[in-house]
Design a protein around this ligand. Structure first.
Ligand code: G4P
Length: 525
């Protein structure tokens, strides 16, 4: 691929994740987007996978049980001259550190909010990571076909709870059974809500905001109210500011109903207009690599183990940061300095896995891996060694004490733990007083995967004792006194030897802070 072709190909890429709390409508909106891209011909394909009706021979056991799949982790489609990559961020108990790390591999995020519920806990957690990265965030307030909260409240909540300004791109005209349409502020038009398709549903407005055609909403009292609200928003609301959007300081807010496919296309068109193409990535050395650089490079943000004992391989997910990937190419793995050939690669579509021949910066590829890769690894071509910035460590919230079932098998137990921890499957801590191993995770699934893999890959049955939710807080080693540890705040060290306390609850943490006001406690991300 010559430089010009590469540049054009990169410029077309839009890579994002949808963040939301379970049940807000992420699956439904993803399906609608895929339909626009012509990928899923039959609505319900993604959903069928979610509910486990889809049989795939090589799904790992836990995937099957939970009905999640590798194939739906990344979805790609073409629309309006753009190549769109959607990365899945699983919810419910499937929530794991991988979910957070996925956000390190995208260039923007779409936040889906249920109009009846507003901002929910999981959305808040995922938002925090996007905010830390400073990537653009687009908001879709869903389920307008049901009665929800006052739109003014919902937009205000973005600022109050998340600390991000909201700019209403459109405004609902009614809700639930009374839903009539959307006042499209950005495109200066009215989008009529129709339960069945009766042709063109966009009505243009003139410069003064008056309908240029006969107004079917004239009689509706709600329409007059909306006109007043829109005036208020235009006068007192946030100003549209593309620069603030680009830095994640302002989120364009769209209303709609994913289920009835209302407002989704309007959202997608505007999203593709403002969402960024892949940009430069920072290296450990503090330099930046442009996506159009002729050398290929990328980093591994997720490793998915195949639990099927007949297929003992894993898939390492690579975010391509620069250049072009070609199947069979030789790259260097920076951590080891070793050369390796990338011959076994795969790309993901909504309903199949395909061998990928080429891909460019912004795309995600999966590499079949027999244990070479770790999370955070950089691979590259070219003479200059390259390591992308370390992926952040996320504060675990769930903890388990772990021991080997068979005390005679300590060796495989230790080997398994060390390797799985290095790979990024779970966090490992050790108690100061007893030396016990404690695992930390952000989601229950991580423990299940760990236990399964220990048995299957390392032939080590493990016993796990839940310690429940705890708050992990790191302490400056200079301020540490082992006497500070009590039954309510367990003193442990992380795998780098740094000391931290696992507090029973908020009360225990406050109690500690009152007792030792000079001691500094910090949390990771
Ligand atoms: P998630 O991936 O974020 O967890 O949510 P998902 O899309 O699965 O949607 C959760 C539920 O909300 C589903 O209902 C879905 O049909 C419904 N839903 C999504 N978008 C809308 C919308 O715009 N309007 C309305 N009224 N409902 C919406 P369910 O009962 O759990 O599933 P199903 O059995 O109806 O498919």
């Amino acid at each position: 691929m010559d430089t010009q072709t590469l540049k054009q190909a990169v410029e077309k890429r839009r890579t994002f994740a949808i963040i939301s709390h379970p049940d807000a409508g992420k699956t439904t909106i993803t399906e609608q987007l895929l339909l626009f891209g012509g990928v899923v011909r039959q609505a319900g394909t993604v959903k069928a996978k979610k509910s486990g009706n889809f049989a795939k021979s090589d799904w790992m056991e836990i995937e099957k049980k939970r009905g999640i799949s590798v194939t739906s982790s990344v979805m790609q489609f073409d629309y309006a001259g753009k190549r769109v990559n959607i990365l899945d961020t699983p919810g419910h108990e499937d929530f794991s550190e991988d979910t957070y790390r996925t956000l390190m591999a995208v260039d923007s995020a779409v936040m889906v909010i249920d109009s009846a519920k507003g901002i929910e806990p999981q959305t808040k957690k995922l938002f925090k990571i996007c905010k830390m990265r400073g990537i653009p965030i687009f908001t879709f307030i869903n389920k307008l076909d049901r009665d929800g909260r006052d739109p003014m409240d919902l937009v205000a909540e973005l600022e109050e709870v998340l600390g991000i300004e909201g700019y209403a791109m459109n405004w609902p005209i009614g809700m639930g059974k009374g839903l009539k349409g959307l006042y499209d502020i950005y495109n200066n038009r009215i989008e009529l809500y129709r339960t069945e398709d009766k042709g063109e549903s966009f009505l243009p407005l003139d410069e003064e905001g008056k309908l240029a055609v006969a107004n079917p909403l004239e009689e509706e009292s709600i329409y007059q109210q909306v006109l007043e609200e829109v005036e208020l928003i235009k006068g007192a609301g946030s100003e549209f500011d593309a620069d603030k959007i680009a830095h994640g300081e302002l989120t364009p807010v769209f209303f709609g109903s994913a289920l009835t496919n209302f407002g989704v296309k309007t959202f997608l068109d505007a999203y593709l207009q403002f969402a960024p193409a892949p940009s430069a990535h920072k290296t450990e050395a503090g330099t930046e690599v442009a996506p159009t650089s002729e050398n290929f490079s990328g980093f591994i943000f997720k490793i998915q183990a195949n639990m099927n004992p007949n297929h003992r391989d894993r898939i390492a997910f690579v975010r391509i940061c620069s250049g072009e990937f070609e199947r069979g190419m030789d790259v260097v793995l920076n951590r080891t300095g070793k050369k390796m050939r990338l011959s076994n690669s795969t790309q993901f579509m909504a309903d199949s896995r395909e061998t990928v021949e080429t891909a460019v910066a912004g795309d995600i590829i999966g590499l079949y891996d027999t244990g070479n890769f770790q999370i955070g690894d950089t691979i590259y071509t070219g003479k200059k060694a390259l390591q992308y910035e370390k992926l952040p460590q996320f504060t675990p919230e769930l903890f388990m004490r772990v021991t080997a079932k068979n005390v005679m098998k300590q060796k495989s137990f230790h080997k398994g733990i060390q390797q799985l921890v290095q790979e990024g499957a779970v966090q490992l801590y050790q108690s100061y007083s007893t030396g016990d191993y404690i695992l930390g995770a952000v989601g229950q699934l991580q423990f299940e995967v760990f236990q399964f893999r220990m048995a299957n890959e390392y032939n080590s049955e493990v016993l796990m004792t839940p310690m429940g939710h705890k708050t992990a807080r790191w302490i400056n080693p200079d301020q540490l006194d082992e006497k500070m540890s009590s039954s309510r705040n367990l003193l442990v060290k992380d795998r780098y030897g740094a000391p931290l306390f696992l507090f029973e609850n908020d009360f225990a943490e406050r109690w500690f802070k009152d007792k030792y006001p000079d001691v500094e406690l910090t949390s990771k991300l």
